[in-house]
Design a protein around this ligand. Structure first.
Ligand code: HEM
Length: 120
């Protein structure tokens, strides 16, 4: 389950990067049906797999603070990703949004691997 979770996380960030590149390039690929649907399916599976592991390992994010921080990071990754692709109105804002989302993604991966809380 863990390796599937990690693979799906990698696919999620790869699809986000691809959509970012197509956004910057003004590509018509963005209008394709699979491009609109697949990222949502992937991100939902990622959340569900993470949730399932949390239950299986009986981890409480309020006790395991690295996990609590990770969940905050995931919410921030999803929001900055949404900002980048939908809300950012020009190229500069899109690039800043992309860098922000990548920063959150890297923090989430770092927290997952070290299992040490950084802030709380
Ligand atoms: C951007 C999203 C995510 C990334 C990049 C990510 C990354 C990872 C990685 C790399 C691991 C393996 C860590 C290791 O080597 O042991 C992992 C494990 C795990 N993740 Fe995620 N994850 C993400 C989202 C989530 C979400 C949304 C949840 C919970 C709802 C979650 C819960 C877990 C749990 C419980 C483990 C297992 C920890 C353990 O083995 O003790 N993850 N994650």
């Amino acid at each position: 389950m863990k390796h599937l979770h990690m693979t799906i996380a990698f696919i999620s960030v790869a699809l986000f990067t691809l959509r970012f590149v197509w956004t910057i390039a003004g590509s018509a690929q963005l209008n394709k049906k699979w491009v609109k649907i697949t990222p949502h399916v992937i991100d939902t599976i990622l959340l569900l797999l993470g949730g399932a592991m949390m239950m299986k390992l009986a981890l409480n994010p309020l006790e395991q603070l690295w996990l609590g921080e990770k969940l905050i990071g995931v919410v921030a990754y999803i929001f900055t990703g949404y900002y980048t692709l939908k809300l950012a109105r020009n190229r500069t804002m899109q690039i800043i949004g992309y860098l922000g989302a990548m920063g959150w993604f890297l923090l989430v991966a770092r927290l997952a691997m070290s299992k040490e809380n950084l802030f709380f």
